[in-house]
Design a protein around this ligand. Sequence first.
Ligand SMILES: [Zn+2]
Length: 620
Amino acid sequence: MINKFSLSVFVIAFLSAFSAVQAQSDRWQQKVKYIMDVSMDVEKNTFKGTQRLHYTNNSPDTLTRAFYHLYFNAFQPNSMMDVRSRTISDPDRRVMDRIQKLSPAEIGILKVNSLTMDGKKVDFEHVETILEVNLNKPILPGQTVVFDMDFEGQVPLQVRRAGRDNAEGIRYSMSQWYPKMAAYDRRGWHANPYVGREFYGNFGDFDVKITIDKTYILGGTGYLQNANQIGHGYEDEGVTVPVAKGKNLTWHFTAPNVHDFMWAADPKYTHEKVKMEDGPMVHFLYVKSDKTQENWAKLKGYTVDAIQYMSDNFGKYPYEQYSVVQGGDGGMEYPMSTLITGHRGLQSLVGVTVHELIHSWYYGVLGFNESSEPWLDEGFTTWGTSVVMDAVFKKEDKFVQNGAYTSYFRLAKSGYEEPLTTHGDHYNLNSAYGPGTYNKGAVFVEQLAYVIGKENFNKAMLRLWNDWKYMHPNGHDVIRVMEKTSGLELDWYYDYFIASTKTIDYGVKSVDAVDNQTKITLERVGLMPMPLDVVVTYTDGSQEMIYLPLVIQRGNKPEEKGMPTRIMTVRWPWTNYSQEVQLAKPISSIKSVEIDPSQRLADVNRSNNKLDVSTLMEKK
Ligand SMILES: [Zn+2]
């Protein structure tokens, strides 16, 4: 017999054991395993390949269709990317009308010649950058099926991210190069056409063989399986690499638990590597010239320091290698690797590398959806870039996020700001996307530390990593981690700052003598409510803090290290436009009253944030 008491003990024990095993038990995700074998014709810039995809449907849904991305088809005149690039009113200078001008030998092509599921042919249709597949048999919940295909393609002359012969003469930047199954999650299929913005894919394992002219040196995602046959600096120390017979070499890479696979190739690459003590092998592939050799030599130490800093503070880098590869058209993140342009000054070279590297934590391992929530990925990455750059250059700037705040303030006042919930491809303007997703996104992160307190925030960043790696958390999941760590309610913070363009503006309205005490009146001018840190500076130079949390946050942040002592907490209902605080000190002892001198509050109008009481008294 189970009595009431023992039942509840049993239930509690069961639930806590369960939650310890799996913090997000209701979150399923699809699983992919790609086995690809491609051969490259470096004279014609074309390739042919086979792909076997083991696809596991972990969703509760029965799938009757499937969708593959065919990204290279974007680089054809009149494609959606071409039209979008020519019609947006502030075009990306890298693209403009360059797609329209591509000749037949310069366009990108990715074509599927045959496709079967579990050995039986399926119907498919090429719809520009998406292959629409009608399954002959549905994929049931929990079922794994095997797709086999033959495909071929032509590498486009580089316009955006991927392609051949980039501005610095790198032969192949092979990102988004293979037919890639679109992501399927609780919002269904994500068969977004490739219009310009970024990526989202299901996690899985890759096994990729690339056959290419033997003079080429490769780098990118994955672990080289036949390093001692390939050489080119990948071989183990002391190994004599056999001379390759024939014209080609076949490079065999594997990559576990990633959601994409990039490679780059050039016969002129120099390959250097640094093995970190308790960390990955870091590879550098670049073409040595007077435009690169000095700064790329220095880049190695900075990259290692950055990986170490990120691993120490935000979660240990989990893969065995990371590759910094010269290629692409600026800087772009890929699992275990980045493609960056290499002719740069030292600050710029290190800056772009650190930025793309930090994506490995957010886009790479946590798996933020760059496509529908670009702010999440770029925001955390931009925030982290400022923190890590300050650390590796040992600058110890007082407020390293200043640039992000300045850019956000300009955007907020511009009149063309869009809510950060906008899908990356659907912003009206590039100049709303950039400052919004990168800089307002970074402000979101820094300001979160202001709302919940720096120590809570640091803990929450590690909890985010531990609870959610390889699981594609979204913005609400991130907020929940911050809530669980701090004990505060934060829905309002997401709803106003991410889902709307409402702005923050608070002011110190008046400071008045009331008998031998002082009345401080604060006002909310902007539409977004926020908790306030108000610092009172006395005529003797000492400072005290008055804390005004919002009632709806249902709690207080702890006192933060390095801040003036908190002497009072006054809860502020968001419905009230003004709030009075009674201070048991004579007005003659007060020099000034200031809202958030730390400047972490993204107050768009700081001119009313400080009231200089002593000059006010003199005027009277
Ligand atoms: Zn980025």
